[in-house]
Design a protein around this ligand. Structure first.
Ligand SMILES: NC(=O)c1ccc[n+]([C@@H]2O[C@H](COP(=O)([O-])OP(=O)(O)OC[C@H]3O[C@@H](n4cnc5c(N)ncnc54)[C@H](OP(=O)(O)O)[C@@H]3O)[C@@H](O)[C@H]2O)c1
Length: 338
């Protein structure tokens, strides 16, 4: 039998098996090591320098954070609670948010944390939120436009506006516009955008964005967030407005994207594989916290921040020149609420 194998047609199979075993034995550990070294550098590159502003006291400062019930918004709220801020959790799910508020109250001892219902894709609700906020708090020091969704398939709000655009951009546009007269001197507006804004290379037709004519709208909304930041920074003299990319973080964002089972599985495998390269949620909140806590004079209005430092918008932003067009379009679409 042994002789048969040695002499026979099995040569190629035995040979290649030995090569594969040799390869696995010697190369696999090397590949794993290389993967972790690359992951370490990618992770550190994404994170940027570590900033600490532990001594900043936000006592008396009123902060609104949209989408503070989960992910980056929740971590941002926790950190600002440590700094004594009065925080309005502008969120859509009361029981989920109250759990988060109670958890943060317990660890930080800050009792000035308030839930206020905000459903960004419902413009009547946004107007109602602003009325309630003004009657309870009057002034606003820091607005953090953080909430966001991604969707694999188009959905629409009750105005028949594509849901991602309505939530990520139009709802925040309306919120910001209505709150502008409550902003204090040396106030800040922080817009959580994304590096995905860089994928927009040709002019957007905003009507098509609104009607869901583009295949997907997430990147479009992040581009619009940047344009809004630029417009507001030109308009507001006593308020600094910035946009930022938080990094790539495993949060609930894609879990809620309307996935099929197959997409969920692919996502899980991808995130599992890339996990060592992505940021933790705490790290993902750092750029927002950096922009919120850094000395006012150092913050560049109209600036784009990422990796805990000042960065640059995509070159297309200037070339495409859509700041005014988007401003006019948004005012027109939402004129009955303004
Ligand atoms: N994760 C990343 O890698 C990444 C990268 C770049 C940019 N970003 C941006 O970072 C921001 C935060 O995202 P995340 O990753 O932390 O996602 P997340 O964990 O899904 O948190 C999103 C938050 O937005 C809230 N929200 C969603 N739709 C809303 C609506 N219609 N009205 C009011 N609130 C609503 C969610 O409320 P519920 O808890 O009720 O769902 C939640 O609090 C988003 O703007 C996202 O685009 C994230």
């Amino acid at each position: 039998m042994f002789n048969n194998i040695i002499q026979s047609k099995y040569y190629p199979i035995i040979g290649s098996s030995l090569i594969i075993l040799f390869y696995i034995h010697y190369s696999l550990p090397l590949l794993v090591l290389a993967y972790f070294i690359i992951a370490y550098f990618v992770h550190n590159y994404q994170r940027g320098p570590i900033r600490t502003y532990n001594s900043v006291n936000l006592e008396g400062k009123i902060v609104i954070i949209t989408g503070a019930s989960a992910g980056i918004g929740k971590e941002t709220a926790k950190r600002l609670a440590w700094q004594n801020a009065t925080i309005i959790f502008a969120c859509r799910d009361e029981s989920k948010t109250m759990k988060v508020i109670n958890e943060i109250k317990q660890v930080t001892g800050n009792s000035k944390l308030h839930y206020m219902n905000l459903q960004l894709d419902d413009y009547d609700n946004v107007s109602e939120f602003v009325k309630n906020f003004k009657s309870k708090f009057g002034v606003l020091d820091i607005l953090i436009n953080n909430a966001g969704i991604a969707q694999w398939w188009h959905k629409y709000n009750k105005n028949n506006h594509e849901l991602v655009f309505a939530t990520n951009y139009l709802g925040h546009f309306l919120l910001t516009r209505l709150l502008m007269d409550s902003l204090t001197k040396e106030s800040r507006i922080i817009i959580v955008s994304s590096v995905m804004h860089e994928l927009i290379r040709s002019k957007l037709n905003f009507n098509d964005v609104l009607n869901g004519k583009y295949l997907e709208n997430y990147n479009n909304t992040k581009y619009c967030g940047v344009l809004l930041c630029l417009k507001l920074s030109q308009m507001l003299k006593n308020t600094k407005v910035v946009a930022l990319h938080p990094g790539v973080i495993k949060t609930e964002l894609l879990d809620k994207a309307g996935n099929t089972i197959l997409l969920q599985l692919i996502q899980k495998i991808m995130f599992w594989f890339f996990r060592p390269m992505t940021l933790s949620v705490e790290e993902g909140a750092e750029t927002t916290i950096y922009c919120t806590l850094m000395p006012y004079r150092e913050l560049l209005s109209g600036g784009y921040y990422e990796k805990n430092r000042l960065s640059k918008y995509s070159k297309s932003i200037e070339k495409l020149n859509q700041v005014e067009e988007l401003w006019e379009f948004s005012n027109q679409i939402l004129k009955q609420y303004l």
